[in-house]
Write a protein of this length. Structure first.
Length: 218
């Protein structure tokens, strides 16, 4: 990290030197003739733009060094990357880890009990869980709801797949959930094949399932 910061500082210094050189050239052109004094405000503006540009790019370089984009083999909530691993409790107090499903295909769904789109999708999701039982494990992750609220909802709607409680939103944060429902299809190696941040029909879920079960997806 120290080496990266040194590279960034050198890059910044180089940018500033270039900016100073450009400013000098501008001033020589404008003020080589005294009749060009009226252009002083323009020169000051140009200098400000050049300096600000150097500072901006230095900040961008520093940001990239501190938060590099995910590389192949990393975990990230993006198709083609390994799904971030987590452990959560079910509504019955049983702890379940994503690692418990190694070697299995998974549909991970983030939702909440007060989400109208989640409610509209629920019957199709239950049908999907029954259709692909033994082939694709369906896991629901509910956040920002109390355990009692979720358990009551689960019993009322006769939900036929495990519901995991993400009460503090930690796992939802890992998966960068911006809205519900959000779906992650994860293959047997733990890689995400499809991300769908939207309500899906049974037919759409089937399409994603077929992609997940392709030999190339394993």
């Amino acid at each position: 990290m120290e080496m990266e910061n040194n590279k960034i500082n050198l890059s910044s210094a180089s940018a500033i030197r270039r900016a100073r050189s450009e400013i000098k050239n501008v001033l020589q052109v404008l003020f080589g003739n005294s009749s060009n004094f009226y252009l002083i405000p323009l020169a000051i503006l140009a200098a400000g733009i050049l300096i600000a540009g150097g500072i901006y790019w230095n900040g961008k370089n520093a940001e990239t060094a501190e938060n590099p984009p995910p590389q192949t083999g990393d975990s990230a909530p993006i198709a083609g990357f390994f799904a971030p691993v987590f452990s959560l409790q079910t509504t019955n107090g049983i702890e379940i880890s994503l690692n418990d499903f190694k070697g299995q295909n998974i549909l991970l769904v983030f939702w909440s009990t007060n989400c109208q789109y989640c409610a509209a999708e629920l019957e199709d999701l239950k049908k999907f869980a029954d259709t692909y039982r033994g082939k694709i494990a369906v896991l629901g992750v509910v956040f920002k709801d109390s355990a009692k609220t979720v358990k009551d909802y689960q019993e009322k709607e006769n939900i036929n797949f495990p519901i995991l409680l993400d009460s503090d939103g930690t796992v939802s944060g890992k998966y960068k959930i911006a809205g519900t429902p959000s779906h992650f299809f994860i293959n047997q190696t733990g890689k995400i094949t499809t991300v769908s941040p939207d309500k899906n029909s049974f037919e759409t879920l089937i399409i994603f399932a077929k992609e997940l079960l392709l030999p190339s997806g394993k």
